[in-house]
Write a protein that binds this ligand. Sequence first.
Ligand SMILES: [Zn+2]
Length: 415
Amino acid sequence: MVRGERNMQFLKGNNLPRVKSSNQSAILRMIYYYGPIQRAEIAERLELTLPTITTNINKMLEEGLVRQVNAAHISGAANGRRAALLEINAGSEFFVGVELVGEQWSVCVADFCGQILSSRCGEVRDKSYEAVMRQFADSYAECLAESRKRPEDICGVGIGLPGLIDRENGTLWKNSTFQWSNKKVRQDFAALTGYRGRITVENNATARGISAQIFHWKELARGRSFAYMLVASGIACPVFLNNSGYRGSVVGTGEAGHMVIDPHGRSCNCGNRGCLEAYASERSIINECINEMHQERAVTLSRLCVDSERPTMEEILRAQQEGDRDVGRVIEEAIYILAIAMSNIINFTRPDTMLVDCKLFTSMNNRNLLLNKSKSALCNPTFYGADIRFAEAGNFANALGGVAVAIDEKLENVE
Ligand SMILES: [Zn+2]
């Protein structure tokens, strides 16, 4: 399924209001991605006439979605003429992001440019769907109160969840880590919070990929595609195409975690054997570390973790840093498998950029290990195709993926 088909239909159609809405959307995205930007540059990039641009922009200025900022000199113009620049008016719209990544939930309120006004996050203790949704709803109310917003001030809510998601219907088909299936997420969130606006549900890796796309478009637009590998309880790696100068689409669900790498291997939550997730996810690393401790090994980790039956990734990484060899070995084996999987994805899709989002790679040693191991598994190691980048630590505890999904919906459906 290629997102963006909807938009192409709009461009092909001769239904005037729809064509108008599509121009509006394209212009708003241009300002979002490239602002501050001149009207003439938008016209040139979109191949639209200047009057069309002006009409649409006047409407956005009236609505307050965009604003004019300090003028720039028009190069080559006589008598110092200056052209006004346009940018997104950050305070014109507010969004709520909700995310579940690994066993960490997060909720936040952010402005149109993704600046966070208030946020809450924590570890999931009760893994039942009802308990997690209740946590989301309570945190939503707290975040709204803290940022002094009413539900009617919120332009949209974006929810990023692990597993197979039907974005169109706002439902979750299956999440094997939490053992959830057929959940009406959109409907349930609306019922629990009373929120009446647009609620969009998306896979969490796709949501974070959209966040990379809309908040870092300028850096990613140079290439024609990028992949977003999220390694938490599971592993997902959706691939994004920059199929025009102003929007991208995501291909497939990127459920890389259930690629079988050993048909006779460890059993996986999904019911199969030998899935990638059973070797290289946070869950598998935590389980292996627990095994080590049961066998009286991993002594540094045993000493520093609060609950030896539930060590956290932070504690495991600290033990590795403090020289726990058993923990080090568990992590190295996981990275080795992850490197092979990542190289397979690069071999298969050859994205221009590979973004890796995983707590393991807050450690520079672990990053280097992944890079070195993956080189040897590439089909053409002399052409080290993808530019591999790592998510920064700040990424792990916020719900900007959810915010991005809600903003993306707004950009797509501007009236
Ligand atoms: Zn599996």
